[in-house]
Design a protein around this ligand. Structure first.
Ligand code: FMN
Length: 226
């Protein structure tokens, strides 16, 4: 391949990837799944440790997992492996978080002060937004920040691999709030989970797949020293 095309491909692939929150029900063919996950496995990691343990859940197992998550949600049974607190985000980060929520709730026509509507939307997350597949990104039980960084890099590689194969995806931190439920449902022990990624073929016409998500100016986030 002529490498001079790579910047244009990268612009298209990286900027073209968006969070997809409405899916068609048809599954991704098995052969494509294998190609995508093999590509994602080429992600870099600290000392090449590759500390990701990926469970790809489809079909009946996916339906069971969603039912188990909805039952836990109804009982308010949360069990995150990693601290979750509103204090994680202050100042500009809190502002961006609010703007992101507001853009989503506007598309959905939900009042952000309506706890019932917000609860119903959380349930949509736990139905994987209708995606036929979800990848749960597990880590060794010792996992802390450094291993999370490796798994984050794996996750973006996977999102881009999916996008390259025309497959839509949504990373979902909310899934990590139900770590015990996911472990029990899949029969997994002694591993931590931070988040999962729902994926499948996106429904291009769905308003939820076109939620505006602007980015900060490069000069607001990046300083060049020389
Ligand atoms: C680690 C992580 C966790 C996320 N958690 C959720 C989630 O629980 N539910 C959801 O609908 N979107 C979630 N998102 C999607 C973000 O809201 C989305 O990526 C962001 O608003 C930027 O939009 P874009 O992906 O369309 O560019 C998450 C994204 C990341 C990277």
């Amino acid at each position: 391949m002529d490498a001079s095309h790579l910047p244009a491909y990268a612009e298209t692939l990286i900027r073209g990837r968006r969070a997809i929150r409405a899916f068609r029900s048809d599954p991704v063919p098995e052969e494509t799944l294998h190609s995508v996950f093999a590509l994602a496995g080429s992600a870099p990691s600290s000392s090449n440790t590759q500390p990701w343990e990926v469970e790809v859940v489809s079909g009946e197992a996916r339906n069971r997992l969603s039912q188990d998550l909805l039952a836990a949600h109804a009982k308010k049974r949360r069990s995150p492996d990693f601290l979750l607190s509103n204090d994680l985000y202050t100042g500009i980060y809190q502002d961006r978080r609010r703007a992101s929520g507001a853009a989503m709730y506007q598309v959905l026509g939900i009042d952000r002060d309506d706890p019932e509507a917000r609860g119903a939307f959380e349930a949509e997350n736990l139905k994987f937004y209708g995606a036929p597949h979800v990848a749960l990104l597990f880590m060794p039980p010792t996992a802390e920040e450094r291993i999370c960084a490796d798994v984050g890099i794996y996750a973006q590689t996977l999102l881009l691999a999916l996008a390259a194969y025309g497959i839509g995806s949504c990373p979902q931190g909310i899934l990590g709030l139900y770590a015990d439920t996911i472990r029990e449902s899949l029969g997994i022990m002694n591993r931590k989970i931070l988040f999962g990624i729902s994926f499948g073929y996106g429904d291009a016409a769905a308003p939820l797949n076109n939620v505006p998500a602007s980015r900060a100016k490069t000069s607001d986030t990046t300083r060049f020293h020389s």
